[in-house]
Design a protein around this ligand. Structure first.
Ligand SMILES: [Zn+2]
Length: 1006
């Protein structure tokens, strides 16, 4: 039994170092075939001989050997340089490409962008590997390693004691659903429903069984028809949420058949499946409603179905309701029929498109709409009646974005209507159900007086969900391993469309999210963008910043690299057209984008292995050498990887000439790679390189864009965590901060310093905490003092001041506290006539919550205010209290779900954890209530990821590490295997390491 791999080098990480070595070179080394990409000859100068650019694709460990040998063993198969010169304009934006000007228009801020494709292959990596993961030799030989198809499957027992005829997590491919007829009868008084599902299927391979999904449904009757109709027995295996029908005779490929299932169930009390929700109306009455949330695995809780994204079908849906309610579904309603029992049955058009089950949706409620026609589509926004006045902005925004996407993709939105609905109880931000997008109230409703920052959030979420109508709904990933095809794209399109359609909403803050994705991906517990998914928890875990932010980042990097303004767009249009109505995997996308350039080759290095590269720059005179290695914070022999990436490197210098190689004139003072932070990598410039950049910024901040400045700040903190630069160098770079004017670099710097501040605080390093506080107030003091407290229109100024004032007040800066208190007092006394500027509400409420009396006032406001965005900021204020009794109360209230909705519990926990008093309470609370938490939020879900991360990421001692480890390992199948647990443990170890190493440094330098 041997397994050969040279593509999936990530497998190496699973093996201890010695096992890797033992398994090497047992056979002739095989050379990995990396073909040189076809490049447009006009744009390329290929001159590897004269090039001074050397990429050593060697990790740290290899460098221990003789340098000469390393170089000679490195085979540079190809290297190409494309030169592009562009003047740097601070208004341009990396998501939308700018046509390069012909010459430098602004000599004072000259920029050269050179994209370099590195194609490097190192002979030491081109090896044949043998390894035997869990493989044992038996008489029968080695079993196949593919765990989903074992040789002799062990069939589980059904609920009735008979053998269940299917032993895998994924469904068999022998039959395919063609159409579902769904009839649903919800009873909102008793919180139950009954249903009938009629599934028409076609047989793809001869089979005697039909296996599909069903969860918590009580199936009362089942009939089956292939030719003649007859009753059948349905077997159920609850652990995998599967049901099976065993037939006496084999069905033949090409036949079609119909399965009819009658069932009853309870409306769900969590946030998935067909769940009940409620709100209190103006008169103080409780109004109940029912809505759905099926992604990823919960359609099976509302109707029996083939609940995998590749089983697309059409749907015809009928729902009964009381006469004072309305119903909504993916398609327009075609008729309403009075039923004998006094109810009304609404029937919707059969879907005009094939659709995955997770996109089906229906709602029974008393919402009111506002509507508008956009080309062929009726766009409507629904809310509870008293919030109707908050829906105008969403309707206008959705209409503009729909028009934009229709023309950008050159494919019209295929349905006749598009509803956007704000649901009072909703866990995710929003859900892209085809034709019936559901939102939290905060992400859809905007008050008349809302600030641009609040509009930015709503516009971003709408842009994201609308993009899904193409990326995700029209073309869907075949399986959850490629979730990034949905989420990375929607995230990318969200930024891109906003920049184009609403440029005043200025969204450079997306850089901050990408920095967080880098931080997560720097851990050994991270995963490849496209990664194996074999159980429900792993499906849930795919909804993380790697799928969303890293996915979006690598698309942006690709867009920057592809020559010509439209090539990326043309590629994705071709992809959407070619696979319209179908399912795809990552390679399908790369193949569509490969026209003149070999995109697959480059992009696979970003999607098939976890992590990202650290590019180290060294200059000797005019010669610049770049080397790459895996940026891994937990780097030791056990986790060593020899991963390499094809990195499209961009750079900017103080010289306007456009060198074709990275051979720079000696007069060039500084060099910054990753121009405008469009690449997903970190750069180390060496001591001199960093010093030169710091000098350049100190004399003129404008020599670099704010994205570049922010990425320098992020990178240097990351390098200090890795141990490559000292904390002194970090502080040295931050000296330029007093001249900083933009939100992105300031926010990133404060965020990074705050992480350290909190670690010190939680370790009770009181003298260092005081010095850190003094340092932040000293370094940012003049910027903080310059902020105003009145209404402010510019989004970037709002972002800047909310970051600065948030920090100032949390560090108890006198002036900030007084201003905030005064605003709160004025607001409270005005009886709703005055308002606090939207971007300052958080700061003001947080300050107010620290006083005994104002906390109670704030709680009263929280219970009465209708506008959800404001309400959420009040909640964060309430949760920031340092009063132990109130902390415990608010955690419990969040779990109970009466005064504080349970959907807000992750937010409550993460806010509580920031404070010194709160973080220990929160950890106890999580341990004590774990079972109730995973009842409300699925294991692995983003909510659980947030809860674990916020509760553990500030621990930095062995005792805490032991406690966290002990707790999670006691959970067994209740969540011990989650990736976020690995991430938590790794983070605590890294915190511990950082503290051991840097406490003395901080004593010295702060
Ligand atoms: Zn999404």
């Amino acid at each position: 039994c041997r397994r050969f791999t040279n593509r999936k080098l990530k497998k190496l990480t699973n093996l201890p170092r010695n096992m890797i070595e033992n398994s090497m070179f047992e056979e002739e080394p095989d050379v990995v075939d990396l073909t040189f990409p076809a490049l447009d000859p006009d744009e390329v100068v290929y001159e590897p001989r004269s090039s001074r650019l050397l990429v050593r694709g060697l990790g740290e460990n290899d460098m221990d050997e003789d340098d000469e040998d390393c170089e000679s063993s490195a085979r540079l198969l190809g290297m190409s340089f494309m030169n592009r010169s562009s003047a740097h304009r601070s208004s341009s934006f990396p998501y939308t490409r700018q046509a390069p000007p012909r010459s430098c228009s602004r000599p004072s801020a000259r920029t050269t962008v050179v994209c370099v494709l590195f194609l490097v292959i190192v002979a030491s990596m081109t090896m044949v590997l043998y390894f035997l993961p869990g493989c044992t030799f038996t008489k029968a030989g080695c079993r196949k390693t593919n765990k989903t198809t074992p040789f002799e499957p062990v069939y589980p027992l059904s609920t009735n004691g008979k053998l269940f005829p299917w032993a895998q997590f994924r469904l068999p491919r022998s039959v395919r659903p063609v159409n579902y007829d769904l009839t649903l009868n919800p009873d909102l008084n008793n919180m139950t429903f009954t249903g009938r599902t009629v599934i028409t299927m076609s047989v793809l391979h001869n089979t005697k069984i039909i296996v599909l999904h069903s969860a918590h449904l009580n199936i009362t009757k089942a009939t089956f028809k292939v030719g003649l109709e007859g009753d059948v027995t349905v077997l159920e295996y609850q652990t995998r949420q599967q049901i099976a029908v065993q037939l006496s005779e084999e069905m033949k490929a090409g036949q079609s058949c119909v399965l009819t299932l009658d069932y009853s169930a309870s409306l769900s009390h969590t946030y998935d499946g067909f769940y009940n929700s409620s709100y209190i109306d103006k008169e103080g009455n409780k109004r109940v409603l029912a809505a759905t949330q099926f992604e990823p695995l919960s359609a099976r809780k509302a109707f029996p179905c083939f609940d995998e994204p590749a089983f697309k079908a059409t749907f015809l849906i009928k729902i009964s309701r009381k006469s004072n309610y309305t119903t909504l579904s993916n398609m327009p309603q075609v008729k309403s029929t009075p039923l004998p029992n006094g109810l009304v049955q609404d029937e919707f058009e059969k879907t005009s498109v094939n659709m995955s089950t997770y996109l089906v949706a229906f709602i029974v409620a008393d919402f009111t709409p506002i509507s508008k026609n956009v080309s062929e589509t009726l766009v409507s926004v629904y809310s509870v009646p008293e919030k109707k006045e908050h829906t105008d902005y969403a309707l206008d925004t959705a209409s503009k974005l729909l028009e934009f996407y229709n023309s950008f993709f050159e494919i019209n939105y295929p349905l006749k209507k598009l509803d956007l609905v704000a649901i009072p109880d909703f866990l995710a931000g929003a859900m892209e159900n085809w034709g019936l997008i559901t939102f939290r109230e905060t992400t859809l409703l905007v008050g008349n007086q809302s600030s641009p920052l609040e509009k930015q959030l709503v516009a971003s979420v709408i842009a994201h969900e609308l993009a899904h109508q193409w990326f995700g709904n029209l073309v869907t990933m075949s399986w959850w391993n490629d979730l990034w095809l949905n989420e990375g794209f929607a995230t990318y399109m969200q930024y891109m469309s906003l920049q184009t359609v609403f440029p005043t909403l200025d969204i450079v803050s997306s850089n901050i999210l990408r920095f967080r994705a880098l931080d997560k991906d720097a851990l050994n517990s991270s995963h490849a963008v496209s990664t194996e998914v074999n159980n429900p928890e792993q499906v849930e875990e795919m909804f993380d910043s790697v799928s969303y932010e890293k996915g979006a980042s690598i698309l942006m990097m690709l867009n920057t690299w592809l020559p010509g303004k439209q090539q990326f767009r043309k590629g994705i249009i071709q992809y959407l057209k070619q696979f319209s109505g179908l399912n795809t995997d990552t390679d399908d996308l790369w193949n569509s984008l490969t026209q003149h350039h070999n995109v697959s080759e480059m992009m696979r290095s970003w999607t098939s292995q976890k992590g990202f590269p650290l590019v180290t720059v060294s200059r000797q005179g005019g010669q610049v050498t770049l080397t790459q290695e895996h940026f891994l914070l937990t780097s030791d022999k056990a986790t060593y990887t020899s991963s390499l990436w094809n990195i499209p490197v961009t750079y900017v210098t103080d010289n306007c000439k456009t060198p074709r190689t990275l051979e720079l004139p000696e007069s060039v003072k500084w060099l910054k790679l990753n121009y405008r932070n469009t690449g997903f990598y970190i750069v180390h410039y060496g001591d001199e390189g960093w010093a030169a950049l710091k000098d350049a910024l100190s004399s003129n901040v404008q020599v670099l864009t704010q994205e570049d400045r922010a990425s320098l700040i992020h990178n240097i903190f990351a390098l200090s965590r890795l141990g490559r630069v000292s904390f002194y160098q970090v502080l040295n770079l931050l000296k330029y901060m007093s001249n900083e004017t933009e939100s992105c670099p300031v926010t990133e710097a404060l965020l990074q310093l705050n992480v350290i501040y909190r670690l010190l605080d939680k370790r009770q390093e009181d003298s260092l905490v005081a010095r850190m506080k003094h340092y932040i107030l000293y370094r940012f003091g003049s910027l903080m003092d310059n902020q105003t407290w009145g209404e402010e229109e510019s989004v970037s100024k709002q972002e800047l001041r909310s970051a600065l004032l948030g920090s100032a007040c949390s560090l108890n800066q006198e002036n900030c506290i007084q201003q905030a208190k005064a605003l709160f007092k004025h607001y409270d006394e005005s009886n709703g006539t005055s308002r606090i500027p939207g971007d300052l509400q958080q700061v003001v409420f947080t300050v107010a919550a620290q006083s005994n009396e104002d906390w109670l006032t704030l709680l009263h406001m929280y219970q009465t205010v209708t506008y959800d965005a404001e309400k959420r900021k009040m909640l964060r204020g309430l949760a920031s209290t340092q009063d132990a009794r109130r902390i415990v109360w608010i955690l419990k209230a969040g779990l109970r779900g009466d005064i504080i909705q349970t959907q807000e519990l992750p937010l409550v926990i993460s806010t509580v954890c920031n404070g010194f008093a709160g973080y220990l309470f929160a950890w106890d609370f999580i341990q004590e209530n774990w079972d109730r938490l995973i009842e409300k939020f699925p294991i692995g879900s983003y909510a659980i990821q947030t809860i674990i991360k916020s509760a553990t990421s500030q621990f930095s001692t062995q005792a805490h590490l032991d406690r966290v480890q002990g707790f999670f390992s006691s959970l067994k199948e209740r969540g011990s295997q989650m990736r976020s647990v690995q991430e938590a443990l790794e983070t605590i170890r890294l915190n511990q390491r950082w503290m051991d190493k840097n406490l003395p440094t901080l004593q010295k330098w702060l």
